[in-house]
Write a protein that binds this ligand. Sequence first.
Ligand code: HQG
Length: 183
Amino acid sequence: MNEKTAKCVSKFLSLVLRHSPETIELKLDENGWADVEELILKCNKKGNQNQMTEELLDYVVENNDKKRFVFNENKTKIRASQGHSIDVELNLKESEPKDFLYHGTVEKFIDSIKKEGLQKMSRQYVHLSKDKETAIKVGSRRGKPIVLKINAPKMFLDGYKFYLSENNVWLIDEVPTKYIELN
Ligand code: HQG
């Protein structure tokens, strides 16, 4: 499998499974699942540059660097594990963070983050990671990364709910300023 093709498919799946299924007239159920046959049919119908096949989907689900997508048990459905901007119920696992968590961002957002804390912006949740390296990568998507250190154990003690996605991304509704340290 050509890695460039796999990355392109992953980006396209992120678009239709997290943000705008209507791009290919796809319907997701309330839990964010798309029917695999329908997805393949509609990807190909729209003349997407990658001819979508079951094999291609298999490869991307299996080898995706962040395990962004999962099949249901009998592989008739597929969904994104996190990152949605559309309203889907993922039935996420509530979890207790035992250590600090990290968020990668860029300078231009810092003043606003200092005022309002971390907000979910267009997504369903604020995304945090357990390691700095991931946060650096996330921030780098937008420029020179700045890593924020979040006192997650304290937040948890104070009653904030944390969720852990199937692909181990920490998700939370917001992070108020007092729990954020500039690293
Ligand atoms: C910033 C990718 C101003 C926030 C990544 C971020 C991640 C504020 C941006 C996942 C703010 C939102 C999510 C405030 C937060 N004022 N700016 N009060 N609060 N921000 O893309 O975390 O590769 O929605 O710092 O790896 O960058 O696609 O969130 O810069 O895991 O699987 O507003 O997306 O995953 O941007 O990225 P995003 P994110 P994938």
